[in-house]
Each structure stands twice: as structure tokens, then as C-alpha cells.
Write a protein that binds this ligand. Structure first.
Ligand SMILES: [Zn+2]
Length: 148
């Protein structure tokens, strides 16, 4: 099994960081443009499109860096070796599978907590004279005091 080197992990996270930064730069232009349009006379000046271009460049560069980090040089398209690329991707796919399993087992735990409560609701005795619900082991009605 292929192991992910520390260097490649770092490369991967740098790529993600670049993409996030680029995305923030990119969408910030739309926000400043929106405020400019709604209030053109006292707004914060004309929106800067340099930021959005810089943001787009960062997103593209970040995705390339992330790809190299995730798949190695083989999977990034720099080297054409599909078998090597698949082998390189294995640890990432296994990590993804592990996370999904964790989520599923968490759902199982939640299900088990809810179910006993539902069963408890069923085990109640309805009083014959006033109709209020009493615990299964109650001898007298808690509402009117008559024998159950
Ligand atoms: Zn009663």
C-alpha cells in the first residue's frame, strides 16, 4: 500500500489553503459590488475586480497544488501512469471510507437511544374513570385517586 509522505500532505493542505483564500477573495468582490449597487452615492467606492482575478488565479493554482499533494506527480497529470495514480490515491479513499463508517455508526447509536423511550410511552395504563395515563405499576390513579 502506498504511503502518503509528509511532504505531500503539506502540499495538499497548502493547496486547500490557497483555494480557500482565493474563494474568499473571489466572493468578497460580489459583496462589495452588491453594497455599491444598493448605495452608489455613499458606498465604499467602486468594487475592485483585481481581487476577483487574483482570487480566481489562487483557486486554480491551489487546485493544482492540492492535486499534486493528493495524488502525487503520477495522478496530477504530470506523469501518465494510471496504475501508479490509483495506488497513490488509496490512502485518501480509505480515509474517506472510514469517515463514512463513523457517521453511520453514530446514526446507529442515536437510533438506540430514541427507541427505548418510545417503548416506555406505550407501557401506560389509562384510568377507567377519568382517562388520565398512569405508570404501569401504579395502584391508584394519580389524577382522581381511584383503583386501577
Ligand atoms: Zn383517574
Amino acid at each position: 500500500m502506498a504511503k502518503i509522505t509528509k511532504k505531500r500532505k503539506v502540499t495538499y493542505y497548502i493547496g486547500i489553503g490557497m483555494m480557500v483564500l482565493g474563494f474568499i477573495l473571489f466572493i468578497s468582490v460580489f459583496f462589495s459590488f452588491a453594497s455599491f449597487m444598493s448605495n452608489p452615492f455613499e458606498g465604499s467606492g467602486t468594487p475592485s475586480f483585481t481581487n476577483s482575478i487574483l482570487g480566481m488565479v489562487l483557486i486554480i493554482a491551489g487546485s493544482i497544488v492540492m492535486n499534486i499533494g493528493a495524488k502525487g506527480t503520477a495522478g496530477s497529470g504530470l506523469l501518465l501512469d494510471p496504475d501508479k495514480a490509483r495506488e497513490d490515491l488509496k490512502p485518501f479513499n480509505e480515509a474517506k471510507g472510514g469517515m463514512i463508517n463513523d457517521v453511520i455508526s453514530n446514526i446507529d447509536v442515536v437510533d438506540k437511544i430514541i427507541k427505548p423511550n418510545e417503548e416506555k410511552e406505550v407501557i401506560k395504563i389509562r384510568c377507567r374513570s377519568c382517562g388520565s395515563l398512569n405508570d404501569e405499576d401504579a395502584k391508584f390513579c394519580k389524577s382522581c385517586g381511584k383503583d386501577l
